[in-house]
Write a protein that binds this ligand. Structure first.
Ligand code: NAP
Length: 248
C-alpha cells in the first residue's frame, strides 16, 4: 500500500538510502536536510527515478518551528503521514569527555536528543488515532554506541543514543494503544559521510576488524531494516531495538 513518510536527515547516508527504497515501493517521501541543498535535490531525483515522489525540506530538527514545518510540508505535498524515520543525527571529533566544550555537548544533545524528541512528539500529535490520525510507524535511529559507550571517542554521542533507546521503549507503550508502532535500529559501523564529519573519514573501514562479519555495513543494509519496520511486514513488532551491526 502506498504510504506518505517523512525522513529527517533524508538527503544523505542512511536516510537517503531509505528514501530511495521507499521510492521503489511507490511511496511519497518528505526528504528533510540541514543545509546541503544539492544533496537533497539529488536524493529527490533518485527517489523519483525509483518510482516514488519526494520533496526536499530544509530544517533543523533541534528547532521546534522547523520540525512542525517539515511535517506540514510533507503533508501538504502528499497527504497524511503514516511513517516517520527519526534519523537526523550528528557526531563530533573523537575526544575524551574531559576535553569536550559545553558548546559541543549542547549541540550534540540538542540535535540527537531534543531533535529526536520533537520529531517523535510531532509524530504522536499527528498519527495517533485518538487525535484524528490514522496510526502508523515511527522508526528511531539509535546506534550500537548506546550499548558500547564509545569511551575516549564520543561518550556524548553514545549517551544521546541511549536516550533514543529509552524513548523507544516508553513511546512504544504510550503510542501502541494509539495505533503507532515505535521501534529503533542500532546501526554499527556503516559506510557513510558521518565519519568524515567527525574528522575520521576512514573510521568504518579502520575498525572493520572488530566486526564479526569483517566489514562495515552499507547504508542500504540499514535502510532495508527501516523499510521493514515502516511496512506491514513488521505489523506485530513494537518496542523492538534491532541491531544492524554485523554482529559487533
Ligand atoms: P550522515 O551521512 O552524516 O547524514 C546526515 C543527514 O542528517 C544529512 O541528510 C544531514 O543533512 C542531516 N542532518 C544533520 N543534522 C541535521 C539537523 N540538525 N536537522 C536535520 N537534518 C540534519 O549520517 P548517517 O551516517 O546516514 O547517520 C544517520 C543516522 O544513523 C544518525 O542518527 C546516526 O547517528 C545513525 N548512525 C549512523 C552510524 C554510521 O556508522 N553511519 C552508526 C550508528 C548510528 P545535510 O546534508 O543538509 O547536512
Amino acid at each position: 500500500m502506498s504510504q506518505t513518510i517523512l525522513i529527517t536527515g533524508g538527503s544523505r547516508g542512511i536516510g537517503r538510502a531509505a528514501a530511495i527504497l521507499a521510492g521503489g515501493r511507490g511511496w511519497s517521501v518528505g526528504v528533510n536536510y540541514a543545509g546541503n541543498e544539492q544533496a537533497a535535490r539529488a536524493t529527490v531525483a533518485a527517489v523519483e527515478a525509483a518510482g516514488g515522489k519526494a520533496v526536499p525540506i530544509l530544517g533543523d530538527v533541534a528547532k521546534e518551528a522547523d520540525v512542525i514545518a517539515m511535517f506540514d510540508a510533507t503533508e501538504k505535498a502528499f497527504g497524511p503521514l503514516s511513517g516517520v524515520v527519526n534519523n537526523a543525527g550528528i557526531v563530533a571529533p573523537g575526544s575524551p569527555l574531559a576535553d569536550m566544550s559545553a558548546e559541543r555537548l549542547t549541540r550534540m544533545f540538542n540535535v540527537n536528543v531534543l531533535g529526536a524528541y520533537l520529531v517523535a512528539r510531532e509524530t504522536a500529535r499527528r498519527l495517533s488515532t485518538d487525535r484524528g490520525g490514522k496510526g502508523g510507524s515511527l522508526v528511531n535511529l539509535s546506534s550500537a554506541a548506546a550499548r558500547l559507550g564509545s569511551p575516549n571517542e564520543y561518550v556524548d554521542y553514545a549517551g544521546s543514543k541511549g536516550a533514543i533507546d529509552t524513548m523507544t521503549v516508553g513511546l512504544s507503550k504510550e503510542l501502541g494503544p494509539r495505533g503507532i508502532r515505535v521501534n529503533a535500529i542500532r546501526p554499527g559501523l556503516i559506510d557513510t559521510e558521518i565519519h568524515a564529519s567527525g574528522g575520521a573519514p576512514d573510521r568504518a573501514f579502520r575498525l572493520a576488524n572488530m566486526v564479526p562479519l569483517g566489514r562495515p555495513g552499507t547504508a542500504e543494509e540499514v535502510a532495508r531494516t527501516i523499510l521493514f519496520l515502516l511496512s506491514d511486514e513488521s505489523s506485530y513488532i513494537n518496542g523492538a531495538i534491532i541491531d544492524v551491526t554485523g554482529g559487533r
